[in-house]
Design a protein around this ligand. Structure first.
Ligand SMILES: Cc1ncc(COP(=O)(O)O)c(C=O)c1O
Length: 335
């Protein structure tokens, strides 16, 4: 067996260049490619006081012959626009942001890792108007930056089943903000997640306000069993994951019965006893859950290992992303 080279942790390495656009006087200016460097913004900038910020995260994949393909950029940029709208930030133009993404990839093409690595793309948008009295006034100026980060296989050390704390006490976000990809939601999940790690050695918290299963701090939640997928139906309380949508589509293609509806903690524990559970998201794709900890009791999911259907679905999605299976739904764009 050859030794694995030491890889930087997910998100810690950036490419040399980024794309930047500024919103001023009611319109977006032309974007530019610049070296990644510290920014100069006012200490009174709107974002630093009133959290006027949103972001996206998606991947580009390099094929064996060298071509680079971005996965479902249109869906991510739609969500970016929707997040900005909900936060009353200047709306990014998806056509401009897509051009910025392509420009970063073109400038940093050599930094796109080979499979199973990928280039993680991270557009961010934030309010820069200098005004510390703007709690109820939207920013009138903003910066939009597209960062890129070479990332390697999330599971380089092997797919370990996750240990999840089921939390029916805390909420991850305000009810109307769950579908918005904004820093404040991650800040709200941070305390409960760190407590769960310290107290229960949990990897993540599954938020279940009013006993209804929602999502974890950074991923959507699936219940899986022979021929069947179940996940919560879309509403404003959680992030509408692009991976979630892709897995539901692939599941239908493969002949699974796909159900989107609300379900509660007791139904989940009952299902998990014999079935599988998994978290979905751009970073981890589909990560199997081995244990659910609820009200001080440990519940093993299936046999406690990553389930076979979870593995098969994960493999099927990665095959499409990496060009090893047909792209039936037009999810990939060659850059
Ligand atoms: C809170 C939350 N839910 C779900 C997801 C999964 O979304 P996606 O599949 O679009 O990456 C993410 C990851 O971005 C997330 O942060």
């Amino acid at each position: 067996m050859t030794a694995q080279p030491q890889r930087p942790a997910f998100g810690t390495l950036l490419t040399s260049h980024m794309a930047v656009a500024t919103y001023q006087a009611g319109h977006w200016g032309k974007s530019e490619i610049k070296p990644v460097a510290p920014l100069e913004i006012s200490p009174a900038a709107h974002v630093l006081h009133y959290a006027s910020t949103c972001f996206e995260g998606f991947k580009a994949f390099r094929r064996a012959e060298g071509s680079v393909h971005v996965f479902r950029m249109d869906r991510h940029l739609q969500r970016f626009q929707q997040s900005a709208r909900q936060l009353v930030l200047p709306e990014p133009d998806p056509i401009q942001v897509a051009d910025m993404v392509r420009a970063v990839i073109n400038r940093c093409r050599d930094a796109v890792p080979e499979a199973p690595g990928a280039l993680y793309l991270r557009p961010i948008l934030f309010g820069t108007t200098a005004n510390i009295g703007a709690a109820a006034t939207p920013t009138s100026e903003a910066l939009l930056i597209v960062l890129a980060s070479p990332v390697w296989d999330y599971f380089a050390g092997g797919m370990k089943p996750l240990r999840i704390l089921v939390d029916d006490q805390n909420t991850r976000s305000a009810e109307h903000m769950g579908m918005v990809k904004t820093g404040g939601n991650y800040a709200a999940a941070m305390g409960p997640t760190l407590n769960a790690r310290a107290k229960y050695h949990a990897d993540q918290v599954l938020f279940c306000p009013d006993g209804q299963v929602q999502e974890t701090g950074a991923a959507n939640f699936f219940l899986i069993r022979e021929g069947e997928l179940l996940t919560r139906s879309l509403d404003s309380t959680f992030l509408h994951g692009v991976t979630r949508d892709s897995l539901l589509t692939l599941g239908r293609d493969l002949g699974y019965t796909v159900t989107e509806r609300k379900f509660d903690v007791l139904e989940m524990l009952d299902w998990a006893h014999k079935g599988e559970a998994a978290l979905s998201g751009t970073a981890a794709v589909l990560a199997g859950v081995g244990t659910l900890v609820y009200a001080g009791t440990e519940h093993r999911v299936g046999n406690g290992e990553v389930g076979p259907i979870t593995r098969a679905l994960r493999t099927a999605l990665i095959a499409v992303q990496q060009g090893d299976a047909p792209d039936r739904h037009g999810w990939l764009e060659r850059v």
